[in-house]
Design a protein around this ligand. Sequence first.
Ligand SMILES: *Cc1c(COP(=O)(O)O)cnc(C)c1O
Length: 371
Amino acid sequence: MTGIDDLPIRDELRGKSPYGAPQLDVPVRLNTNENPHPLPEALVARIAERVTEAARHLNRYPDRDAVELRTELARYLTRTAGYGVAAENVWAANGSNEVLQQLLQAFGGPGRTALGFEPSYSMHALIARGTGTGWLSGPREADFRIDVAAARAVIAERRPHVVFVCSPNNPTGTAVGADTVLALYEAAQAARPSLVVVDEAYGEFSHRPSLLPLLDGRPNLVVSRTMSKAFGAAGLRLGYLAAAPAVVDAVQLVRLPYHLSAVTQATALAALEHTGTLLGYVEQLKAERDRLVTELRAMGCEVTDSDANFVQFGRFDGPGGAHAVWQALLERGVLVRDNGVPGRLRVTAGTPAENDAFLDAVRAVLKESNR
Ligand SMILES: *Cc1c(COP(=O)(O)O)cnc(C)c1O
């Protein structure tokens, strides 16, 4: 049978694996940072209504510029992120992964490079590869914060065209302060005028305010957001960015025409009518996250401070490392994530019952390994 390597595929894709968080059917799934709460019934009904209305016009292409949706996203950001933006500052796509891909298509690409501070969201590097953008891995401190002096040095030396800052960072949960982002932005502009992308996929879960106000007077700064996490709508596929209007003009040069289906736009608009209810779960999840941190520490785990809806914990340096613990938890019906960070795993805050099941499983695994 023909394998990938027999195909005339691009050299840089040979021998590579696709993004692959396992989608396993186990009782407790805490591996992909989804919101554990299904959408409220009132919202499900509103989605059905809006989608029904959209279905009446599916013979036509959707609003190519998604103006109504971008207006509502701008209103949401203005209300919650402490900085006023309008539709012209906002762009939406099928998940923030597509937003990031469009940014790299427009600002990265062959002969250009993007820098991220690892460990971080693995899709930044994968989207760089997919768009032919060179990838540069920048350093973090032992506690996973960004080492500002080292970061500035890398930026000055390598002069990347795009710099990713993930805050709160996935998979560590680490929030990045405005002062750090400003230092990196200034270093990046001094090296060459480059785009700085702040990935705030978990922004709503943070103790810190959004970095959105930093957009003021910074034309090469972008904040990306998603409805996949705080809104509990991972299945919807809706991500968005806020930036200067020129950045929005730039991504329109590379987006596919009619990339956001009328069904997606209608569903997202329905969800935005219910932000109050949806974000109600955020406070509950933050409390559960804090409980996971406390209880894991009480068991003797090393836990990274988290501003997100997940917690990085370890250290598992025994035989088989973190992966052996991942496997042992799976055997107890609990799926967490092994992001490849040595000695550490990541667990998503679930419902209180799911978190109890997870904590019981960790206790049992630790007890077993101490025998
Ligand atoms: C989950 C996640 C995304 C979002 O992905 P979507 O495509 O919007 O579902 C983006 N960035 C980070 C850091 C994430 O963890």
